[in-house]
Write a protein that binds this ligand. Sequence first.
Ligand code: SF4
Length: 266
Amino acid sequence: MPTEFNPFRHLPRGYLSPSQVNSFMLCPQAWYLQYVEKQPSLTSLPAISGQTMHSVLEEDNHHVVDAGEHMSLVDTLEVWSDEWDKRQEDLTDKADRDKKDVHVVQAGHWMDQYLTKYEELDDLTPRSKQDIERKVEGEVGGVPIRGIVDLVSSSGKTEFVEVVDYKTGKRKNPHELETGVQMGIYASILDVPSVRYETFVNNKTPVIQTIQAHRTKRSIAKVERVVTGVSTAISKGSFPFCAPDSWKCNQKYCGVWHACKQGGKA
Ligand code: SF4
């Protein structure tokens, strides 16, 4: 990183977050439009589904700490319904607003499996309220980073601690957990090398996939180089467009499509 790099001059907020780094790596122009031009970012159906499930799991984790047990299935689905209603106005495609009935069935399958799988509280359990949606702050690759970890969990009565990220969507590849930017950043700042994806997979029959990994020093060093590279590119004002055939470069997955010359602004 150049010695003259000053995060408070070059980074819009004086820091990066793991999601900002991922966003930049997927499309630097999308990062620029969202964080520098502050174009409104529209939300896709998969994003709303993920955010809604995160809110349900957050509330359930608080209930676990308060009451020593999970919420009932009915209560989790009530939270799901309220959270979905709060967000559905933000959907990019207005036709998607009619799909609540389909998604509540999917959420019901997911939560039924989740509450059965973790009923005993011997795995995937918050140690305290501070470990739920835990704020994380530190430096990675010389760059200030802030983020929020879904859960820092402990397993049963052991001292085993891991950093957990809830995902929704397709089944995850373990390689992503072993090498990806987001969990590498959290493992580095928290100094917790054990990481985990708890993925709510949207198969025809919705299932939960658990994958765990140990982040090596080498995998974290690679992430540090990525973060340094992103901050250097930002300091130079370099925001290229991603490849037009990237999965992201379409109206469904790019939240700033409407503001980009490669998208709807053309
Ligand atoms: S439309 Fe394509 S190039 Fe433009 S910001 Fe979105 S992903 Fe990037």
